[in-house]
Design a protein around this ligand. Structure first.
Ligand code: GLN
Length: 192
């Protein structure tokens, strides 16, 4: 199994480290040819404006959309979730528009710019998932076949899945809990 991690900007090295811990081949993707032969792709957190610009400058947009068309799973965390969304009301960021969610950037305001909390994520089992939020977006609404996988206590949606697309508003690569990445690998192998 070979997984690409979009390495234009942001927390790509951490995702690669997690994938290596799980024993799969993980490669940084900066150029279109590096998308060839991948079984899945992770779009990391970072700055969605910058990642979106670099994706365009390096001609990665059509290749990523093609991966999606081929049914290859894509996992977007934080800025990656923003980029997978169909809608980002009020933002000039141009997303890939692959997943039926509407997201709001920097949704928790200055007071709560960064916070950590334990989340219930039923698809991962009973043990709560310690989630790190950094200038995080939230999922405002979902459409179509999208399923919400986790909510904050005030019911804000912060993780979702639609078919082969998985998104989290937080950074699972910054903790030692490998369950979300393992879940993504199971989506790739077709177990989940
Ligand atoms: N605030 C960033 C954005 O809007 C996302 C932050 C993150 O990825 N940790 O792109």
């Amino acid at each position: 199994m070979k997984i690409g991690v979009l390495a234009s900007q942001g927390a790509f090295a951490e995702h690669i480290a997690v994938l290596k811990k799980l024993g799969v081949e993980a490669i940084p993707v900066r150029l279109p040819r590096q998308l060839e032969g991948l079984d899945g792709l992770i779009i990391p957190g970072g700055e969605s404006t910058t990642i979106s610009k670099l994706m365009k400058d390096y001609d990665l947009v059509s290749g990523i959309k093609q991966l999606a068309e081929e049914g290859k799973p894509i996992f977007g965390t934080c800025a990656g979730m923003i980029l997978l969304a169909k809608k980002i009301p009020g933002s000039t960021v141009e997303p890939l528009g692959l997943m039926d969610i509407s997201v709001r950037r920097n949704a928790f305001g200055r007071q709560n710019e960064s916070f950590e909390t334990d989340l219930d994520i039923p698809v991962l089992g009973e043990k709560p998932f310690h989630a790190v939020f950094i200038r995080a977006p939230l999922i405002e609404s979902v459409n179509g076949t999208t399923e919400i996988l986790a909510r904050l206590e005030d019911s804000t949606a912060v993780a979702a899945r639609q078919g082969k697309f998985l998104v989290t508003a937080f950074h699972p690569e910054l903790t030692d809990d490998l369950r979300l990445h393992r879940y993504f690998l199971e989506m790739i192998s077709g177990v989940k």
